[in-house]
Write a protein that binds this ligand. Sequence first.
Ligand code: KIV
Length: 269
Amino acid sequence: MTAEYKKVTTNTIQKMKVAGEKVSMITAYDYSFAKLFDAAGIDIILVGDSASNVMAGHTTTLPITLDQMIYHAQSVVRARERCLVVVDIPFGYYQSNSEIALASAIRIMKESGAHTVKLEGGEEIIDSVKKIVSAGIPVMGHLGLTPQSINKFGTYVVRATEEGEAEKLKKDALLLQEAGCFAIVLEKIPAVLAKEVSESLFIPTIGIGAGGDCDGQVLVMHDMLGINTEFKPRFLRRYLNLDEQITDAIKQYVTDIKSKDFPNENEQY
Ligand code: KIV
């Protein structure tokens, strides 16, 4: 179904919403995986600041720097043939003011060749969203569970279960749309709320732990491929068990070297 779009742009994503076609999105941080995902027909690759966790081993997304995000984005962009590439502006590079936010977005676009940037938050970052959009850079919003604010919330539980927070999220979604966002990630919120927000917007919503009525879905590659087995939220569907397969392969490799089985005569010059 997605093959008819030769290159995915922000316009394509908008057309998908109108046509009722769900948008597929996954994270990637390097050339080799991005090449596989792009060839497999994924619509959007997100160079997420989850790289801070899954690539660098930090416990939160806060430590990753703009330079490190640009390095990951450059590797992904080199692999891209068809999909849209979105890059997270990391914590500390847009919250202070809209000038700083624009400077960070410009660095990402100029130095990596990515197509769009993503920022977390609603009303509090609206000036930055407007500034970046007015410079011709498409922006994806991110509401609900916003991992860059983990120290404010102290936990990764489902967000917007209370009426006040749900009302703020609905208002923020409309503000982001008005400010010019081309899509919004909804992370870990009740499915009924995600449905209401998705139906109220003309731009697409991309859900992670937000139910099946979002206009698209995103998962972190390490989680859905079973590389990271400690993370087991209810919303996660595992498509592979790479943790086990890689461990078995490496064990076999070690055994083969120790037993002098590898390399054999056909594996040498
Ligand atoms: O950084 C990330 O991987 C994300 C997704 C969870 C949406 O923002």
